[in-house]
Design a protein around this ligand. Structure first.
Ligand code: OSB
Ligand code: MG
Length: 376
């Protein structure tokens, strides 16, 4: 069985967020992701999504870099070869880095690969869970009252775990207020690497440690594993690594250093579904708990994340909320919904497990290019 792609189209799709989202680095009112559609010689269609932020603040990639990498390198690689497995196509790419762009082309391959096997992506991966528990990731707000209102909205929707974005000026007070107002809700925080080694003795960390948080995500920069290791020794609260875990090799370094006790697995950051599963497997073998993070994905990327999150090692609640947390409408059907903070893993059809509404993709597209007909 081989996968022979004859046509690739890429779409730059923009959607407004239901609510603006602010992290330690910036604020966004809309999301722009690159979608990729591949058609095989026998007429099968696969989809992928590059869930990169528009600006290079989370990591160095941004929408334009994904667009460029997919259009000029990764889509041509998909067209050039005939592949047995998604890993074969990934190995055929000689592009270094650019994990978000690779995640999109890898997703297309996994969608097609599982369709040829007559399986949903979740089943093709060996996923064992029918449902995934989901929390919400909440941005920095103007005031603590505003934040409490947003938390209340999501608690009313049934979510039982919230993640709060923090910064040097928005951390302990908001986290404490949420702990006190919602004693039954699990709370965790995410600094997106805003602190530096010189902050290591900041009493903020011991203050946060007193709140009984589920975890503190990525306090220091992606490559500052040593500061994470020093801080983790001092805290009872587990440190969770996100930006730092860019590969299986980096995971091994982080675990050797005891830089964190929990790993956030993201398909985008790891450069694909196969690499994400490999990190899951290594964590599973090492007894390290993991959960599935997100990047405000539209339905395509969200379906792939849910399939990955159905693997047995995913034990902490994910950031894979129902799509109404983010967008008025989505580009897939059925819509991905959370009931009491639980999302069903899409298994309704082979591949991604749900249908992609190409008309919606086209309606929201700022730019569309058929890669076959362009010079590379
Ligand atoms: O660090 O997990 C992160 C969004 C953009 C950039 C980085 C992060 C996030 C999120 C959103 O936390 C998670 C979601 O998709 O809801
Ligand atoms: Mg994070």
């Amino acid at each position: 069985m081989t996968i022979d792609i004859r046509e690739v189209t890429i779409f730059r799709v923009r959607k407004d967020l239901v609510r603006e989202f602010e992290t330690s680095s910036h604020r966004k009112s809309y999301i722009e992701h690159v979608l990729i559609k591949a058609t095989t010689v026998d007429g099968r269609v696969g989809w992928g999504e590059a869930a990169s932020p528009t600006d290079p603040f989370y990591c160095y990639e941004y929408t334009d870099s994904c667009w460029h990498a997919l259009r000029h390198y990764l889509a041509p690689t998909l067209l050039a070869g005939v592949y047995e497995t998604p890993d074969d196509a990934l190995s055929a790419s000689h592009v270094t880095g650019h994990p978000f762009a690779h995640a999109a082309s890898d997703m297309v391959m996994w969608d097609l690969f599982s369709q040829y096997q007559g399986l949903s992506l979740a089943d093709a991966l060996g996923g064992t869970q029918r449902e995934v528990s989901a929390g919400v990731s909440l941005g920095i707000e103007e005031t603590i009252d505003d934040l409490l209102e947003v938390v209340a909205l999501h608690v009313r929707d049934g979510y039982r775990r919230v993640k709060l974005k923090i910064s040097p000026t928005w951390a302990y007070e908001p986290a404490k207020a949420v702990r006190e107002s919602f004693p039954d809700v699990a709370v965790q925080v995410d600094a997106n690497g805003v602190f530096t080694a010189s902050d290591i003795d900041n009493p903020l960390f011991t203050d946060l440690d007193s709140l009984g948080l589920l975890m503190i995500e990525q306090p220091f920069g992606a490559d500052d594993l040593l500061s994470h290791a020093v801080l983790q020794k001092r805290l009872a609260t587990p440190i969770c690594l996100d930006e730092s875990i860019t590969s299986l090799a980096m995971l091994q370094v982080a675990l050797a250093l005891e830089a964190g006790r929990i790993i956030n697995i993201k398909v985008s950051r790891l450069g694909g579904i196969g690499p994400a599963r490999a990190v899951h497997d290594a964590c599973f073998d090492a007894g390290v708990p993991v959960w599935c993070g997100g990047m405000h994905e539209f339905g395509v990327g969200r379906a792939a994340n849910l399939a990955v999150a159905s693997l047995p090692g995913f034990t902490y609640p994910s950031d894979l909320s129902g799509s109404s947390k983010y967008y008025e409408t989505d580009i897939v059907e059925p819509t991905i919904v959370a009931h009491h903070g639980i999302v069903t893993v899409p298994r309704g059809r082979n591949g991604l497990g749900l249908g992609v509404l190409e008309d919606r993709v086209r309606a929201d597209a700022m730019e569309i290019v058929n890669v076959n007909s362009t010079e590379t």
